[in-house]
Design a protein around this ligand. Structure first.
Ligand SMILES: [Mg+2]
Length: 255
């Protein structure tokens, strides 16, 4: 078993599970890491679920974790906002996951005259919400987003994700949002700070080359690509910057 890291940072969809199906090799590998006392962290661009809901979903698959070890793009955005815009009044477009993350950081949420507009996936979004956010950004509010994923898979096929809405707003406001989700390195930096790790103690394990593997490469930690999700192995092999490890599944590391 690959056991020399102190912090194993697992992507969720495509790495730990596919929709509502667990990936058993990954579940077993997490249990093996935890039995050895390793730090196991779960990192996701999904900002719609609260961390408690995410924890329950993992528990149903046999993965046990404290919420503090779940890092999503909503939590990351809330912490980033707190650090960089202390005391700001914030307008949010997003779901319960983002609202809860902002409330946990005691961030003041408003619907009028915001200093900052934060945008995550909102499946109840309306024209009026987008128009209000657009006007606020045009009036000088900072514009930040949880993640730039353009689409995500459902049982029926691919549907718009937050990145599609950020593009719409970018065009409407002539302003590029600052984005905190993978492939940006903010989640990994918060994990490093939380566990007081060195970068060489950390490894990122994920199925998506463009978000997971690139986040690890940009941040400067080791990466393990697993061929259990979105990016096919053939495609990864063609990339100029290679992950540290290429695995068919985490079963390769259980031996
Ligand atoms: Mg994934």
């Amino acid at each position: 078993m690959m056991r020399h890291y102190k912090a194993y940072c697992f992507d969720l969809d495509g790495t730990m599970y596919r929709g509502s199906e667990p990936i058993q090799e990954a579940v077993d590998f997490v249990a093996a890491c935890q039995a050895e006392g390793k730090g196991t962290y779960f990192i996701t661009n999904n900002a719609a679920l609260t961390r408690t809901a995410q924890q329950k979903k993992l528990a149903n698959f046999g993965v046990n974790t404290e919420v503090d070890f779940i890092m999503n793009s909503a939590t990351t955005l809330a912490r980033y906002c707190k650090q960089h815009f202390e005391g700001a009044h914030v307008m949010m477009i997003g779901e319960e996951g983002l609202r809860e993350a902002l409330e946990l950081e005691n961030i003041h949420i408003t619907t009028t005259n915001p200093d900052v507009v934060l945008m995550g996936l909102d499946r109840q979004v309306t024209y009026n919400k987008l128009a209000d956010a657009c006007l606020a950004i045009r009036n000088g509010a900072h514009f930040l987003g949880t993640n730039s994923d353009i689409k995500f898979p459902t049982e029926k096929g691919l549907v718009p994700a937050n990145g599609s809405f950020l593009k719409l707003m970018e065009v409407a406001t002539d302003t590029k949002p600052l984005i905190v989700g993978k492939p940006e390195p903010h989640m990994l930096e918060f994990i490093r700070q939380q566990g007081m790790y060195e970068k060489e103690d950390m490894i990122l394990i994920g199925d998506n080359y463009d978000t997971d593997i690139m986040a690890g490469i940009r941040y400067g930690i080791d990466t393990a690509y697993v061929a259990t999700g979105v990016t096919p192995m053939e495609e990864v092999l063609k990339k100029a910057q290679q992950p540290t490890y290429l695995l068919n599944s985490l079963a390769d590391w259980l031996k």
